[in-house]
Design a protein around this ligand. Sequence first.
Ligand SMILES: [Zn+2]
Length: 240
Amino acid sequence: MTEKIYLEDSYLKEFDAQVVRHSINEVVLNGTIFYPAGGGQPNDKGLIVITGTEYQVVDLRKEGDDIVHVFNKPLEKNVKAGDSAKCVIDWDYRYACMRYHSALHTLDGVIEKYYGSGMVTGGQIYHDRARLDIDMPGLSKEKALEMIDKTNAVAKEGHPINSRELSKEEAMKIPRLSRTETGRKLLDSLKTVRVIEIEGVDMQADGGLHVKNTGEFGKISLGNFENKGAKRKRMEIILI
Ligand SMILES: [Zn+2]
């Protein structure tokens, strides 16, 4: 099992791990700070140094409880289980994704609070933008701009953002902990549920990585605003 160090500390930029197993250009470590994509957040980039050779991490995937790091080139022949592996993530990229992730949850929380529940149907995070899909027939660009203004006002209040594990029983008592169909199915299959709480704003089941306070993403603006059908609207946000 790969220990998911990124869940314990999303601010860790470097980590010393050990090789557990490897194949031509892939390696599994005993622990990692590389986030392997999920919940709309993309996988990390960065490098891993093993026996003096530097490898770029070009992809990551989950294999049961393991996380497989895929390299840009084949491993040197002398690499073996137990070798030390120094992980260094591309922090600028990761931090941008964390800020966007927290901004998106804050916007989602504002929409739930002021515009009615059940509106947000999906989302995607990038390092330079993020988007929400909203099921709201009457949503105009003007109203979307109003949502952005409300989100900025809330962000400015500096709400702490924290993560914790809940038992399934506790999680099931909280309404709207998961807002998508796939999320609800996933909740059903879990024994414990990790939740991200933006104090006073939003609480969601989430496996992703966030900043510690809404003040850390600061302010957002509206990017593209698209009609994806009669009901479905797509709102893009940009950090400013
Ligand atoms: Zn999320």
